[in-house]
Design a protein. Structure first.
Length: 200
């Protein structure tokens, strides 16, 4: 019995923080888990930048409302869900992801939550569990599932390497060079074929 675990940003939707960096004119917010492997460090730094500029949840949600899934992502997901269970494992937050999940046809999402003050300033974040993607994949395996995983960033490597099959998708040249043993796909059709093949 298979379950496929997918990263969200960079795989199904554009990177939220990059879109917000462009919308807000704060280029340093373009830094993502492709650049910084330590997610806690990255998020705390981001929250510091937001505070410095007086920006809160409302401003980020306004940007997210204008983001559409990557071309072909919804069709890919619909096709994938026709032959395997799918969970999106993301380090994003419920408050960010909801409009994007609606555009993707409400797939199952496991993510985290933000701590938000009454004035809308983001004061902190609560991770679902440590190393949430790897921990979730191991938990799924413990209840009888073979996992297949795909993602694009440093924080996806754990779940990819722990799965029966794993694929990089539109990853960086650096990550592909550092992990040549992980098959890399650039197109949804290729990833779909790779997942089908891994299940046969």
């Amino acid at each position: 019995m298979y379950i496929t675990c997918l990263d969200m940003e960079g795989v199904l939707v554009p990177e939220i923080w990059i879109a917000f960096a462009e919308a807000s004119g704060i280029p340093e917010l373009k830094r993502t888990t492709r650049d910084e492997p330590d997610y806690d460090k990255l998020m705390n730094w981001r929250l510091g930048v937001l505070k410095e500029h007086g920006l809160g949840l409302k401003e980020i949600q306004e940007t997210i409302a204008s983001i559409d899934p990557l071309p072909g992502a919804k069709e890919f997901l619909d096709e994938l869900r026709s032959f395997t269970q799918v969970i999106i494992l993301s380090d994003t937050f419920e408050q960010f992801a909801q409009p994007l999940m609606k555009k993707l046809g409400w797939p199952t999402l496991f993510c985290n939550t933000l701590e938000v003050a009454p004035d809308g300033m983001i004061t902190g974040f609560k991770m679902r569990c440590p190393q949430s993607k790897l921990t979730t994949v191991k938990a799924l395996q413990s209840i009888g599932y073979d996992t297949i995983a795909s993602g694009d960033s440093f924080n996806d490597l754990g779940m990819i390497q722990a799965s029966k099959a794993g694929f990089l998708f539109r990853s960086t040249e650096q990550i592909k060079a550092d992990y040549p043993q992980i098959p890399a796909c650039e197109e949804f059709g290729d990833l779909l074929a790779a997942i089908r093949s891994a299940m046969n």
